[in-house]
Design a protein around this ligand. Structure first.
Ligand SMILES: [Zn+2]
Ligand SMILES: [Zn+2]
Length: 281
């Protein structure tokens, strides 16, 4: 079995209106791409901040500018398709109760939890417009804060899968500083929280499309997950049909090398493990 659970039906740019992308024709393009890659199970996980209901969680300026669509209309639309119903939901410290209520009110198959924003204010690790890199923040501090928040996100119990677990590396060594030395000092406490909480982590090929040019998470992080018994979900974080199953060979190769023979499958927020399949084509 192969899955792709972290998908977006549209790019993140302005002007990508729901009515243009939440259509049967667009979903068919994703399903065709999945079939060609031998991916049996496909789920969509739109960004929570593109829905008006997200403003109950946080009024970040990007969210205020982006929150135009209706979350319930999205859920209803996805249920008319063969896609699993998911959502990519940011972890917003202090909004755990409101996040739990927003999620519990819908019949999601799974919830992908993300850490993009880590500042005291609006700053993000992966967004040029709200860049945390600068203003005297050094890599050591930013990485510590990022992985502390990832651990908090795991312990919140809000999520089924943690997205792109080491997203903080997104810009790569050329574009932003990296901490010195063995990075496992950041990974270990986060993986401990992940293992304690029982949440799955995503093995995402999206990092291969980003300046860093690596899978999320790094092999060192993935090894700790395997040692701790943390299960993996497989995803491309596609924002276009042609990105479905992107670079899955690399992901499958890493799972094979780690001796991981099973991946997570979700339905109505119940998880089971299925044997890892092979990519075709
Ligand atoms: Zn994300
Ligand atoms: Zn995403």
């Amino acid at each position: 079995m192969l899955t792709d659970y972290h998908l977006h039906l549209r790019p993140d740019e302005e002007g990508t209106k729901a009515e243009l992308y939440f259509t049967a024709e667009n979903v068919d393009r994703y399903l065709a791409a999945a079939a060609a890659a031998g991916i049996e199970e496909l789920g969509v996980s739109e960004h929570v901040y593109r829905f008006r209901q997200a403003l109950d969680l946080w009024r970040h300026p990007l969210w205020v500018a982006s929150a135009r669509d209706d979350l319930d209309a999205y859920c209803e639309f996805v249920r008319t398709t063969p896609l699993r119903l998911g959502i990519e939901c940011d972890f917003v410290p202090g909004a755990e109760q409101r996040t739990a209520e927003l999620l519990a009110a819908r019949d999601f198959d799974y919830v992908v939890g993300s850490v993009h924003f880590i500042g005291e204010g609006d700053a993000a690790v992966d967004h040029d417009g709200f860049d945390v890199w600068g203003g005297g923040n050094d890599a050591e501090k930013i990485w510590s804060r990022y992985f502390e928040m990832l651990a908090e996100a795991a312990r919140s119990g809000l999520f089924d899968i943690l997205a792109h677990p080491d997203l903080v590396k997104v810009w790569g060594r050329e574009r932003r500083p990296l901490p010195e030395g063995d990075l496992r000092r950041f990974y270990v406490p986060a993986v401990e929280a992940i293992a304690d909480s029982g949440v799955a982590v995503e093995l995402s090929t999206a990092g291969l499309r980003k300046p860093v040019g690596e899978l999320y998470p790094a092999t060192g992080f993935a090894e700790l997950c395997v040692e701790a018994g943390v299960p993996f979900a497989l995803s491309s974080d596609a924002h276009l049909p042609e990105q479905v199953g992107f670079a899955y060979d690399a992901a499958i190769e890493l799972l094979d090398a780690l001796g991981v023979g099973e991946i997570c499958v979700f339905e109505r927020r119940e998880r089971r493990l299925a044997p890892l399949g092979a990519r075709v084509g």
